[in-house]
Design a protein around this ligand. Sequence first.
Ligand code: PLP
Length: 389
Amino acid sequence: MTRDRAGQAMWNSEIERLKRDDLYRVMPVVSGAPGRTIVVNGRHALNLSSNNYLGLAGHPRVVEALVEYTRKYGAGSTASRLMAGSNEPFRELESFIATWKQTEAALVFASGYQANVGILTSLVGHGDLIVSDELNHASIIDGCRLSRAAVQRYPHLDLNVLEDLLKKSDHHTKLVVTESIFSMDGDRAPLKEIDELCKRCGAFLMVDEAHATGVLGPQGQGAAAEVGATPDVQMGTLGKAVGTSGAYVAGGKAMIDLLVNRARSLLYTTAAPPGVIGSALAALRIIASGEGEALRASLTENAREFGALAHNRLGLDLTPGHIVPIPIGESARTMRISSRCLEAGVFAQGIRYPTVPEGTSRLRLSLMSDHTAQDVHKAVTVLEKALGE
Ligand SMILES: *Cc1c(COP(=O)(O)O)cnc(C)c1O
């Protein structure tokens, strides 16, 4: 056998194993913009599978800003900003974010994955300790691994174990990291309590607001702003409710300065295109305005209505919120139910290991401010039927 043939055979056997375990993935084929409806595998469906919670990915002003900034500043950023320089769109966006988040400074990364890896590898290292919620996102897990710090995971939201771990530690620097709204469960970390616990135990707190940015807080600044917590490191993404792409870190000047000097996922990668940065700024301006407030109110109302219907018709007691996990358990059944939903016109993606722990496969629905009351009813009706079959 040629080397090429041997490789193909080996990789095929890995794929066969994934298929046997019902963990084989294919990308659904979609067409059109990711609005409240979308064409999936040739079928028109109600879209419950995006993180475009406020519909801003298709907002005319956000799209227009992308075009305008691209005309003015070009299609690409040509290098990292350390090399090519930090152009107006970036300076404008970072200054807006620092004011909006009420922090000394902010820094934009090309993605949330890069931000998390960059933060964790820059702020802690050998001899330090990271204490991480067991359900934290893969990008946090990878950042922990790359940081060379000792890593302890605590049971999801278990503050007693968190406190024990912090009290037992004699590491030089201690950093606690948690999501604010968990991406696959939709529940919330008690940030105020965690913040106080960290202060008491001399630990730094990093919060990932990927799914709360735009959605919570008086001007959409996230969950920390809503409860008045002040984590040392506040990360959020621009690709979810903000509707564009990229991520930010907000906090003290020294922390941001250290990231600029150390974060390899900032230093050794091309900065986001200026058009994307301009459109993120346009989206954040909407989020911070009365229009954003109205979008949040509509999303909250949809989440409330969905929760009430799910309780009455599906017997599910869900954490009320815009991310709705429908627990199924087994992977094959989860994907079957997801297919049935799509056949009935509802795009509700199944989520399996390793995105969630083994044996906890689920449908992960996400609501949008654009969904109508009828959409919410349809989603529950279709789910009820698919779950009953
Ligand atoms: C999506 C996500 C990220 C990564 O953000 P990207 O911009 O998509 O790379 C990080 N953390 C959490 C909790 C996420 O859900």
